[in-house]
Design a binder for this molecule. Structure first.
Ligand code: ZN
Length: 250
């Protein structure tokens, strides 16, 4: 059972794209703890790329964090070769498939594609055909996404680049944000960035605090010991680029 986000309570923490990076996940969980969050939601891609898929799954389960299925969760829990992924991602998927226990794959397979709570939708890539894993990078994609959820808020991940798409009856705008003040009349499509593999040239882990009672959506950036993650990636003989990119945030 998931708790409801209610007004008058603490913020919700929304995390995404952990990608088996345990150091980043632990750093984010500590930061979340400091903010007395009422709940945590994970938008998927718990695994893939990183060296600690089992540990990251275990941590989410231990904390009963509701999670959505991402494309890497789907690929890593299948027993087929990932045909639609780039070669580096594919190597990591095959490695992850070999490491995960059947019961963990089953948990990944059973994650829902979408979670709806009151006026808020949570999905990995896009509320429009979630299983197509569309990247919302252009206004056109954001526009059709806004037509695919009913409420005021939709939280997404997938691109690993935090951004706020804001829509009202006059316009659709996007902005990089640290802190958004929620307006009465706007609707929001918020990309919360990535915990375990940020791609906006900032290596710090990213996640969002959604404080409904204060009317604030805040992007948090949390430094973590990526050197340790890099060592583990190399020790697991995963592709070297997957280690290198963590220190640059791309
Ligand atoms: Zn991802």
């Amino acid at each position: 059972m998931t708790q409801q986000i209610q007004s008058g309570t603490g913020p919700a923490a929304i995390i995404s794209d952990i990608h088996a990076n345990l150091e980043a996940l632990e750093a984010v969980l500590l930061d979340i703890q400091k903010h007395q969050c009422e709940k945590i939601v994970c938008l998927g891609d718990v695994v893939g790329y990183g060296p600690n898929p089992r540990e990251c799954i275990a941590r989410l389960r231990e904390l009963s964090i509701p999670a959505i299925r991402g494309n890497h969760d789907a690929a890593c829990s299948a027993n087929a070769f990932p045909s639609s992924m780039n070669p580096v991602a594919g190597v990591a998927v095959v490695w992850t498939q070999s490491v995960l226990r059947e019961e963990e794959k089953e948990w990944l397979r059973n994650l829902p594609l979408v979670l709806n709570e009151e006026d808020t939708t949570f999905v990995h890539a896009s509320p429009r055909c979630p299983a197509d894993w569309t990247y919302i990078l252009r206004s056109r994609d954001a526009d059709s996404a806004f037509g695919s959820f009913d409420g005021k808020f939709c939280f997404i991940g997938h691109t690993h680049q935090p951004v706020a798409w804001i829509r009202n009856e006059h316009q659709l705008a996007n902005e990089l944000f640290d802190r958004l003040v929620i307006s009465e009349t706007d609707r929001y499509l918020i990309n919360v960035g990535s915990v375990g593999q940020p791609r906006d040239n900032d290596p710090r882990a990213a996640y969002v605090l959604f404080d409904r009672s204060k009317g604030i959506i805040e992007l948090r950036r949390v430094p973590y010991d990526f050197r340790k993650t890099q060592e583990k990636i190399l020790a697991a003989q995963l592709p070297r680029q997957l280690a290198e990119r963590l220190e640059h945030g791309w």
